[in-house]
Design a protein around this ligand. Structure first.
Ligand SMILES: Nc1ncnc2c1ncn2[C@@H]1O[C@H](COP(=O)(O)OP(=O)(O)OP(=O)(O)O)[C@@H](O)[C@H]1O
Ligand SMILES: [Mg+2]
Length: 263
């Protein structure tokens, strides 16, 4: 079954296109790695699929319906997470919030069935032991896994992840990509993952999309990750090299952080 269909999709902010004329189709259970330089429209595309941004034309459907009718099926993990870290929430409370928002109310006392779900989600991401610690005191990789648990507790059919690996050191990157692999293998959830560094995720993505406002390429990793395609977006120094039978993509691209937030 199709998970997402976009046909000639143009997404605008007050009439100005940020994504233009994009067409692609993602099947249920597939993982799409969404690649593109700063300002390419990656976050814009994710937000539109999640119904956080509604100014678009062309066709966009999620499990056969328009995005805003599919909200219940979608989990979203934002780029620079919007939690206010001055509020001293425990890891468990942060995860439980995923279940509370979904029901449209915010309790001061978390209902026991949501605590149970939150504990199961924490176990799934391998963080049961930090459940009572303050979220703001956890490491970057632990925080990202907590945010994954928070998105998982409402049992989404589609998970949208905006740069889940940025701002992490290599070992934290490995931790988080392992959890992403586990979500794919054990839950079969359809995922779209935006990233500036595709290499740690290549094993779990069966589709790759490269955008730069317009669609540059979409398809299997080996069809998209070609020297000529990568160079057309990232310049002459970019290249794709095979390393021990696997592709390794060098774009020279690093994430530029907008405003404050994590580094
Ligand atoms: N709220 C907004 N209002 C107006 N323009 C916006 C808004 N958000 C994004 N844009 C513009 O849309 C374009 C795409 O931005 P977007 O954040 O989707 O890119 P991105 O690929 O996610 O970049 P990055 O890699 O830096 O996260 C940019 O030109 C940006 O300035
Ligand atoms: Mg972005």
């Amino acid at each position: 079954m199709e998970a997402i269909t976009a046909e000639n999709l143009t997404i605008t902010y007050e009439g100005v296109p940020a994504v233009e004329g994009v067409t692609f189709r993602l099947e249920e259970g597939e993982t799409l790695l969404l690649l593109g330089p700063n300002g390419a429209g990656k976050t814009t595309l994710l937000k539109t699929i999640a119904c956080f941004h509604r100014e678009y034309r062309g066709k966009l459907s999620v499990f056969g319906v328009e995005p805003c009718r599919a909200r219940e099926m979608i989990g979203y993990v934002p780029q620079s997470h919007s939690l206010n870290e001055r509020v001293p929430l425990s890891a468990l409370e942060v995860v439980a919030m995923g279940g509370l928002y979904r029901k449209g109310f915010l309790h001061f006392k978390i209902p026991p069935e949501i605590i149970e779900k939150a504990e199961a989600a924490l176990e799934f991401v391998g963080l049961s032991e930090v459940k009572d610690r303050l979220f703001r005191e956890l490491s970057g990789g632990q925080k990202q896994r907590i945010l994954l648990a928070r998105a998982l507790i409402s049992n989404p059919k589609l998970l949208l992840l905006d740069e889940p690996l940025s701002a992490l050191d290599p070992s934290a990157r490995a931790e988080v990509s392992n959890v992403l692999g586990k979500i794919k293998k054990e839950r079969g959830i359809t995922m779209i993952i935006t990233t500036h560094d595709i290499n740690p995720l290549l094993e779990i993505g069966e589709r790759v999309m490269l955008i730069n406002k317009r669609l540059i390429a979409f398809g299997k990793p080996e069809d998209v990750l070609k020297d000529s395609i990568i160079k057309s977006v990232y310049g002459p120094l970019a290249r794709v090299v095979p390393v021990e039978g696997r592709l390794f993509c060098i774009t020279g691209d690093v994430h530029l952080h907008h405003g404050g937030g994590r580094r």
